[in-house]
Write a protein of this length. Structure first.
Length: 469
């Protein structure tokens, strides 16, 4: 027995510490627990959090500016929809190969290739007005985007223990949204400051250059990442499978051990994707286009988008507190359902207030509320999904969600863009709200019994339990 164990003052100190923690209020306990959890993050997890700060800067800029840039160089809303449709088709076609490649080359290589090539493509797009080039680049952007996004949740899961996973997803998600907020502010302010001197198109390009510069800095921590240290090593599981390492659909699906869980993850995400793609990829067009009612300036669009990201960044910090008080599935479904009134409001407000500053303020508030509430539990959703899947099937699940989601999104964006181009800025919002409601109902019905069984609660009825096995 060590000397420390023989020291009676140790018991006194331990008792005092326990009494102190027990005497604190719920907020103080939450902050203390949060600090303890984040201190346990691995080196890779900390580097990844730093990486996403710069990585999502360019995404924030592009979300605001890219469609507005296309309008500025002479294209209409229908062309924007066609370009998005091409991207979604490419996303669907390349998602599964990207997931398989991610499992083979490793998460680090997937991050660097996906981010690096994606940024170069963004640089090409913002300097091009060629219809051919603008329709070709989404194909390559979708593949390398899939390569990155397929690796992301699996990497985070492999670099965290189940007890700290929610905190890691929440911290990374919060920093990601703050970074996107900064990118949106850059996108909104640079054109407003320099458009008179250099022209609006060149001002758009300079705003994107700023995001690209900060993205380049984010590669430094990405390059410092090591091979993941988790005991859950999908590479080892694949290497023990006959034919491992060969690029084939047989090898891709051989790692699936929970097909029904993956089916319902894919189904619910596909319904959400169909609803969102009717309108969400063109929210900046809704705010800015002369065909709509709001007609906001670039600066105003940037402020709205940045406000939404700031709200989400702050709210995401408290996701673990929500998870501690509710089932993950209940929290996910509740926040999604609560976002529906904000979605419907964006479609109805023009009928109530016509045009003007009041419409801009109210529509902006509805957009901020929708983003802040719906995306609040995205880290919780990722943590739950990755937690109930085996390591060797996580990237495959993400790839399948991207493939099916891309396919349905391609159809939805075609119809949605035609509605907007024809002046219908209402119907897409109602379709989006309906999709959120339907997906949430299925998600709750299937995965709540699964979470209860994982927690050791009484077994749900057999037919219900079988759905998620």
């Amino acid at each position: 027995m060590s000397e420390s164990n023989l020291d009676p003052t140790n018991d006194l100190r331990s008792t005092s510490s326990a009494d102190y923690h027990a005497s604190r209020g719920p907020i103080a306990r939450f902050v203390g627990d949060y600090r303890d959890k984040t201190r346990q993050f691995s080196r890779n997890a900390n580097l990844y959090v730093i990486h996403v700060i710069g990585m999502d800067m360019i995404h924030g800029s592009f979300n605001v500016l890219l469609n507005l840039y296309l309008l500025a160089v002479g294209y209409d809303i229908a062309f924007i929809g066609t370009r998005l449709m091409v991207g979604f088709i490419a996303r669907a076609a390349t998602a599964l190969p990207a997931g398989l490649i991610s499992d083979r080359i490793g998460r680090k290589a997937s991050f660097i290739l996906g981010d690096g090539v994606g940024a170069v493509i963004g640089l090409i797009v913002i300097n091009s007005s060629s219809e051919f080039m603008l329709l070709l680049t989404p194909v390559f952007a979708s593949f390398f985007g899939n390569l990155h996004h397929t690796a992301e949740p699996a990497f985070m899961a492999e670099n965290s223990k189940p007890s700290e996973r929610v905190h890691l997803f929440a911290v990374a998600g919060s920093f990601r949204t703050m970074s996107a907020m900064a990118g949106a502010l850059i996108a909104g302010t640079v054109p407003a400051l320099f458009a008179d001197d250099i022209g609006i198109v060149q001002a758009y390009r300079y705003a994107v250059y700023g995001g690209l510069a900060l993205w380049a800095l984010s590669l430094i921590p990405a390059l410092m990442l090591r091979s993941h240290e988790s005991e859950e090593r999908p590479e080892e599981q694949f290497s023990s499978t006959p034919g491992a390492g060969r690029f084939s659909l047989t090898g891709l699906f051989s790692g699936i051990t929970h097909p029904r869980r993956i089916f319902y993850f894919v189904l619910t995400s596909a319904i959400i994707a169909a609803g969102f793609s009717m309108i969400a990829p063109m929210f900046n067009v809704v705010f800015h286009s002369d065909q709509g009612h709001i007609r906001a300036s670039e600066g105003q669009v940037g402020i709205v988008f940045a406000s939404a990201e700031m709200t989400l960044a702050v709210a995401t910090i408290f996701v673990p507190l929500l998870a501690a008080r509710m089932l993950k599935v209940d929290a996910i479904v509740l926040t999604r359902i609560l976002s529906i009134p904000f979605v419907l409001a964006m479609g109805l407000l023009p009928f109530l207030f016509g045009e003007g500053m009041l419409l801009l303020v109210l529509s902006g508030a509805a957009y901020v509320g929708r983003v802040g509430i719906f995306r609040l539990t995205s880290p919780l959703d990722d943590a739950f999904n990755m937690g109930v899947l085996d390591a060797k099937e996580r990237a495959t699940n993400t790839g399948l969600e991207m493939a099916v989601g891309g396919a349905v999104s391609a159809v939805a964006i075609w119809f949605g863009s035609r509605m907007l181009n024809g002046g219908d800025f209402t119907t897409p919002f109602f379709i989006m709200g309906s999709a959120i409601a339907l997906s949430s109902l299925i998600y709750w019905r299937v995965f709540r019994p699964l979470e209860l069984s994982e927690l050791g609660a009484p077994e749900p009825p057999e037919p219900t339990r079988a759905l998620a096995d």
